[in-house]
Design a protein around this ligand. Sequence first.
Ligand code: PLP
Length: 332
Amino acid sequence: MLLSRFPRVRLAHLPTPVEHLPRLSKELGGPQIWVKRDDCTGLATGGNKTRKLEFVIAEAIEQGADTIITVGAVQSNHVRQTAAACCKLGLGCEVLLEHRVPHPSENYTHSGNVLLDRLFGANLREYPDGTDFDAAMAEVADEVRAAGGKPYLVPGGASDKIGALGYVNCALETLAQVNDMGLVVDHMVSATGSAGTHAGLIVGLKATRSNIPLLGIGVNAPKDKQEQKVYDLAVETAEYIGAAGCVEREDVIANCDYIGEGYGIPTESMNEAVLMLARLEGLLFDPVYSGKALAGMIDLVRRGEFKDAENILFLHTGGAAALFAYADQLEL
Ligand SMILES: *Cc1c(COP(=O)(O)O)cnc(C)c1O
């Protein structure tokens, strides 16, 4: 597995740290909990999309594109990181924002990530929930071409086999770090949404025969659908890097019990988790992804799903910019 074969632009501060969370571990009274700080990737408040964009935008540039077109929810962290990357690389950025969360507040529609998208000068277009975004992106691409530009379409979350390379790379980086630290990781846990993070990580963990099980905690789709989406992308990614067959269907595990009423809708357990990590460890988690994933991990620890002697490594995928969008909904 030689990732240097693939085009890549450098956008992230790497390696991101692996840190122990002693006060959270003590509070929960079970396994030791560690965090891989991908909230510290460095681009415009950081997050997991930056690793994927290193490969995806490099591919766009290789193909001669001058404009990136992408899609996300109004409070998309992916869109914010894409908009920042386009500024850094001198590319145009056309964004399709989906109104996916019902009854949004003023903060939701104007602050947090969408404020930063505007700061980066991305051209934002808004669409109702349930829009056919393949068709809508194709229309925007036609417009860009008609104006003499060369568009490149980045799927939601940069979750295709190219973006997933960023998380194959994260798995390799993490293994090197924990080997150096002498840390035996018994489980990895991550939020799973558009699937590129989960798929890339499982390919990296399996292709290296690390024997570290990975649990994805879902934030929108039901378990079967989420696992199938991750598995399909993992198969494609493994083929793309020349490691076909390294991931089996049963390696892909998602727990989708912590979504609550739906994508982007706060839950009590998310609220508790976000407060706990802030007040015990001085860390910021977000209401949509990392906070719900954390709520899942905390609940599973409390239920005794992990052994006391084990080490859990939680991938912090970032998203703190969205906290400001949820200022009215968090119970502090
Ligand atoms: C996008 C995102 C995720 C989910 O990653 P996917 O690759 O889309 O599954 C998790 N956490 C944060 C903060 C995100 O922005």
